[in-house]
Ligand binder design. Structure first.
Ligand code: NAD
Length: 317
């Protein structure tokens, strides 16, 4: 299959490119190397792929690129490019979120119209649910984002649904629940926790530590993306790790692996929800999704990969 991966140099995108290449796909990676975090980190993320004859990279911004040319000949488009992060999405920064998450997605969908695509897989987010009324949360629950970031992810998801019903673009929106693994974005909790444990630094814990997340290992995520692309499924599906864990429990696992971590308590942040938990029945039925990586295994892979950012996650495959 010939795949176009937007956001290829990012955390999940770089794992997806590596996985698709390992499956024998031809991959065109697209990335603008935005400065949400250090672009040099993104360069390192992609370094192992650059020598592959089946991989090529387009350093372009989706908002200005000729997407017709980029998508020419593609069987599958994996659209991961976007501005991540819940906390910075308030205030003036919202303009960036609206542009990179909503306008860029509309541009990709417009370019996909009328093409013979097998699938367009969009990286949506559990943040569309906000503080959900029930757990595990099913796709049928009314989304109520608790952050501007979640609003933009939901808007982009709605655009995918519109282009599917209106123009027959075969879209799948996968609502990813907190993804972790080697090369996790440097501002995310696990990356900071592992860095603090390894360096003897402190870890800022927002809230009381009893907030829980359905943490999902990155290899399970990228496997699900390709499985969804190869299936007949279109629509919306949750991709979660299979169980909810509190931040306190995560800290204990990392301390067992690396040693004690100094915790600095900070107030809970606006937009951070109390719990997330995925009902994965839809993904299981539609394309056989089953999370394979237990949290302790995945965290051990992160600890092992710390300091060697080009490492490709192998746990759980
Ligand atoms: P990331 O920031 O590491 O990767 C995103 C990449 O997109 C970056 O390399 C960035 O340079 C690129 N990009 C942004 N705007 C672009 C544009 N206009 N043109 C070209 N490239 C552009 O983030 P990530 O954690 O790998 O997340 C990937 C996707 O998955 C995002 O859409 C995010 O919203 C979604 N998601 C992530 C998580 C998670 O836990 N990491 C959870 C749910 C959803």
């Amino acid at each position: 299959m010939r795949a176009v991966v937007t956001g290829a140099a990012g955390f999940i995108g770089s794992h997806l490119c590596a996985y698709l290449l390992a499956c024998g796909d031809e991959v065109v990676g697209v990335d603008a190397f935005t400065d949400y975090y250090e672009p040099a980190v993104k360069e390192r993320n992609l370094a192992p792929m650059m020598s592959s004859g089946a991989f090529s990279l387009q350093r372009v911004d989706l908002l200005t690129a000729d997407l017709g040319v980029l998508l020419a000949g593609a069987d599958v488009v994996y659209h991961l490019a976007g501005q991540p992060g819940v906390r910075p999405s308030w205030g003036a920064e919202f303009r960036t979120y609206a542009a990179l998450n909503v306008l860029a997605t509309q541009a990709v969908l417009e370019a996909a119209r009328g093409r013979r695509l097998r699938k367009l897989v969009y990286a949506s987010s559990s943040s569309v649910y906000g503080d959900a009324a029930s757990y595990p949360t099913a796709e049928t629950l009314r989304p109520q984002p608790a952050s501007p970031y979640g609003v933009t992810k939901l808007a982009a998801e709605h655009l995918c649904e519109l282009y599917r019903s209106g123009f027959g673009v075969p879209t799948v929106s996968l609502r990813l629940f907190t993804v972790y693994g080697p090369r996790q974005r440097p501002e995310m909790a696990f990356a900071r926790l592992v860095a603090a444990a390894a360096s003897g630094g402190s870890f800022p814990l927002y809230g009381d530590g009893e907030q829980s997340r359905d943490f999902t290992y990155v290899t399970d995520v990228v496997t699900a993306m390709r499985d969804a692309a190869c299936s007949d499924f279109t629509g919306v599906a949750n991709i979660g790790g299979g169980c909810r864990t509190t931040m306190r429990e995560v800290i204990s696992v990392v301390e067992e692996l690396v040693g004690p971590v100094e915790i600095v308590r900070l107030p809970a942040q606006r937009g951070d929800v109390r719990h997330t938990g995925a009902d994965i029945t839809v993904a299981a039925g539609a394309f056989g999704y089953r999370p394979r990586t237990r949290l302790a295994e995945g965290l051990a892979a992160m600890v092992a990969g710390h300091g060697s950012p080009s490492e490709v996650a192998s746990v759980g495959q």
